[in-house]
Design a protein around this ligand. Sequence first.
Ligand code: PLP
Length: 384
Amino acid sequence: MNKIPLAVPVIGDVEKKCISEALSSNHIAIGPHVKLFEDQIANFLGAKNAIALNSGTAALQLMIEASDLTKGDVILVPSLTFGATVNAIIHAGCEPCFIDIDASDLCIAPTSIERFISERCHIADGRLLEKETGKSVKAIMIVHMYGNVCNMALIARVAKKYGLEIFEDGTEALGAKFDNVPLGSNSRFFALSFNGNKIITSGGGGMLLTNDSTVADKVRQLAAQGKSIHDPADIDFVGHNFRMPNLNAAFAYGQSLVLANHLERKQIIAKEYNARLGKLEGLSMITSAPDTWGVFWMVVFRVDPKKIGFDALRLGQFLADAGIETRPVWKPLDTMLPFKKFLKGELKFCYDVYQKCICLPCSVNLEIDEINYICEKIENLITE
Ligand SMILES: Cc1ncc(COP(=O)(O)O)c(C=O)c1O
């Protein structure tokens, strides 16, 4: 068996044709594929505004810059996420406050948000302030982790109760649904990523979805150096160069035409793994909650060392020796040097999950034979 990678892009003739169209027309920076791609994703999800950008991180940063938040405001964010989520918060001039996750779906736990607010914050002059530092808590950045869906009903309830803005890092969850409604279709601030290993890719790229046309206009301007809509020779405010180049948009547009197929493949792959490994005592697949539809950007299994005698790290090493690439789940960010100084609530499950969970290969072209090979290796290790 050849080496099995964790998640590689799968690029077909459709995408190649789109890229070659962009190249042969010389539309590599600005061009028609950007709008084609934006419209395609907006239609697929039912979103009102879609703005293509050069990364998911840019989408996260711009959503904060386009909001009412100001310098130094605190954003509650799960500690278990990719560093980009928190880097974007800091680059936008705000501060993260790390909150625990729910071990069942690895998404931020609404109960942990409530606990942090009720134990550590108070309201003064109509503002929610962290008691010790007096810092103003203004928003929650939720992350639909590994394609699982946050409990939007509970998140919305807690956000409304305390007047908090909701930012959604949906970079790992393109196509996921809550209550049968696609994520991002009715959000004020929702970020997507088209990085190389995402459900669809543009090489590198991202997108901001918003149901608010004022936010959409502001984000478009922020992404294009703050250039005035009325006079492009003029600049209204300090902006960035965050637009998606047409060459990447052509690639992404081609991928968006096969998105439904990629989503279907992810479901099949997760189902195959679960049918085989889910039976084993001490191994369980992490899935999205029952009233949601997760997309398995990553197929994540929890390993119970007490039941099977080894932890996720050992399993990863063993599979690496068999030519199978895996990855641990995100390392909790609050433990890392650049982020240690920031506020945090009580954290338990993000550390626990970091020891116990592992991401298994899940490229959309992963063959059933390969899944069987991986499962067989794991079964052998357990019964050794
Ligand atoms: C949770 C999370 N947030 C943000 C990002 C950043 O996206 P990008 O790499 O497109 O900047 C990623 C992926 O890379 C991610 O997994």
